[in-house]
Design a protein around this ligand. Structure first.
Ligand code: SAM
Length: 234
């Protein structure tokens, strides 16, 4: 058989409410916390018994937001500035056959509250609502390969971006005691420089917006500098 049907075992509740500004890989922004909420058929503690012995897990998921947009054989990795093309299977692109993604993330806890089983995760790169297809423990002795090479994606993407906040934004964030990591979360998302490659090449100051949790955040970019101009709760 070469056609399958897959069933989501759960979905992700994530602070990332739109694709824009989500980091390109997991663990680049450790403050990105999420819950994996199990679907009814898998909502039993037995399914995860022993998982708490692992610090990290693999998530296999569906790129549900873009899955119906198909795929092409070659894509333009952002890492190459959007100018060069590589085979889709040589990349982590979202537009791919079967639209399956994989992320190794930190497992911070397992919660069984009010009859609902959840995994508490950190460092995720997933959109809110992402359907989860499978979970596997991360095995350092086998999954970590210190002699691995990775061609055009060999190093962690670092930018020189700095982040500064207007005094009003600074004050607003300080008042959000339910979100103690909000400042660092926003800073680390912006340091990844979420702008599309073609925008980065444009001269001059530009304004951008994103939603994290239910905070609408706006910032401006000039050279390597992000300036957060406004934040409000929707
Ligand atoms: N770590 C995964 C992998 O290697 O398969 C994902 C890599 S992919 C380059 C990461 C991007 O996928 C994020 O920046 C975000 O824009 C996008 N993304 C995350 N969740 C998604 C979803 N459910 N549907 C579509 N795109 C999603």
């Amino acid at each position: 058989m070469s056609n399958f049907q897959l069933t989501a075992i759960g979905h992700i509740q994530s602070p990332y409410k739109q694709k824009f500004a989500i980091p390109r890989q997991p663990r680049l922004v450790p403050q990105a916390k999420a819950k994996l909420v199990f679907a009814a058929d898998f909502n039993r503690e037995e399914f995860v018994r022993g998982l708490d012995e692992f610090s990290h897990i693999w998530l296999l998921f569906r790129f549900h937001e873009t899955a119906d947009k198909g795929y092409s054989a070659m894509v333009r990795p952002p890492r190459l500035g959007g100018n060069e093309r590589k085979g889709v299977f040589a990349t982590r692109a979202t537009f791919r056959p079967n639209a399956i993604g994989m992320s190794a993330v930190k497992l911070e806890g397992i919660e069984y509250k009010n009859g609902q089983l959840c995994l508490l995760l950190a460092g995720i790169d997933l959109l809110d609502g992402t359907p989860i297809l499978d979970i596997k423990p991360y095995l350092p002795y086998s999954d970590a390969m210190i002699d691995a090479t990775a061609g055009f994606a060999d190093t962690r993407p670092e930018t020189q971006m700095t982040v500064e906040y207007s005094p009003q934004v600074h004050e607003f964030i300080a008042q959000q005691t339910d979100y103690p990591e909000l400042h660092d979360f926003i800073s680390n998302v912006l340091k990844q420089d979420p702008r599309p490659a073609y925008k980065k090449q444009k001269e001059g100051e530009q304004s951008y917006g994103m939603t994290l949790y239910d905070f609408n955040i706006r910032w401006q970019v000039h050279d390597e500098h992000n300036y957060v101009t406004s934040i409000e709760k929707s």
